[in-house]
Design a protein around this ligand. Sequence first.
Ligand SMILES: [Zn+2]
Length: 279
Amino acid sequence: MSISTTLKRLKVSLRASNYPKGKLTGHNPTSAQVCLHKYGCWYVHIQLKSETPKPQKTTNVIGVDFGRRDLAVTSTGKSWSGKEIQKTRDKYSRVRASLQKKASQGTRSSRRRARQILKRLGGRAGRYQAWLNHNISTAIINDAKQTQSFVSIEDLTGIREQTNSKPRNKTERRRSNSWAFYQLRTFLEYKGIKEGIEVVAVNPAYTSQSCHCCLHIGVRTEKKFKCSNKVCGWIGDADENGSKMIALLGASVSRPRGSELLSCAIAQGLPKAPTIALA
Ligand SMILES: [Zn+2]
């Protein structure tokens, strides 16, 4: 690599693993930044442009419900438990709390030691979360690719601003304020672009309360959903119903005429909504 500085032109050799080397082969970088990282190493961040496949037009859809009980549940029946990450988060916050106490109360040397460990731990929980989000998003995009579907998710952004106008429960506040779900969404979106899978975001307002069979408002307890429409009476897993509702809404977004019917049905609470076929 050749860098021009105010003094002279520097020639430095790059130390890179095979993966970035392979990416660079045959490409012309469009831009790059030279950065000094916190442990004293110099890094160069190189940007490449590549062609992405055109998103396929398809009527198949996979709905993804974000973390009520699980981190993510798909309408195809896959789910990722939130237990492990919650345990990890709790563990780190306990360790941090005890170290922070030591850092302010202990002897001089133990205070210094505690500060060092705190520094090392910083970011570890975040890296675990990112790793998990990569796993989840890759699996969902792979599923979509295999079944030639597009992906429908809840649009959780903007809910934060409406906090005062719409009373919400603790879980929903946590979901919309959590960077982890925001990250999962951005991962899904960029992986989708890369693979030619469309990712649409739908309004989450009714996804947890409406029955995916008849669009009637139902009763939701922690894990179960019960449709209050006597004709339908669907009972089942609440997250499964949520993800199917999201899939349904996503399908109506990609087909504009269905959208009108659906939102109209939800607004009026029609006993039997027009059938919207899911391919
Ligand atoms: Zn129903």
